[in-house]
Design a protein. Structure first.
Length: 143
């Protein structure tokens, strides 16, 4: 199963405070373990919400709101995409993770939808389109 591992933002990350060398090294070592174990598919840190924007949808209307966004506990500071056998395995890996922030922090784990989760609504044509798009994305990756 694939899971999105979400590092929640803190006041420090939203202020743009960069991690110390020691934390960067610890996270690098953890990421190396994930890669060697075949768990990590992707992972990135995100800039503060002041560098971002939100697009709000209301029927056919779209409204853009520029950051920063005030509710820090709802913001994401970084993420991983992992391939694991179970949620228990994902939790075990997160428990080994260095604290990604200088202060207390939260890491959330969420399963990623797979094609079979959508049932019959995900028609053979839609599955074919999904497979084609994934193949195009893979082919476009720099080597």
């Amino acid at each position: 199963m694939r899971v999105m591992v979400i590092v929640k933002a803190t006041a420090e990350s939203e202020a743009g405070q960069m991690p110390r060398t020691e934390l960067l090294a610890a996270m690098g070592a953890f990421n190396e373990e994930l890669v060697k174990a075949g768990i990590m598919l992707a992972g990135e840190g995100l800039k503060p919400s002041s560098a971002g924007a939100r697009v709000l949808f209301s029927g056919p209307d779209r409204r853009v709101a520029d950051g920063p966004f005030t509710e820090t506990k709802e913001l994401v500071a970084g993420f991983w995409l992992w391939q694991v056998k179970s949620m228990d395995e994902a939790v075990a890996w997160v428990r080994r993770c260095p604290n990604p922030m200088e202060s207390d922090s939260i890491i959330e784990i969420r399963p990623v939808f797979e094609a079979e989760d959508f049932g019959t609504e995900f028609t053979p044509e839609l599955r074919e389109q999904e497979d084609r798009l994934r193949a195009e994305i893979e082919a476009a990756k720099p080597r």
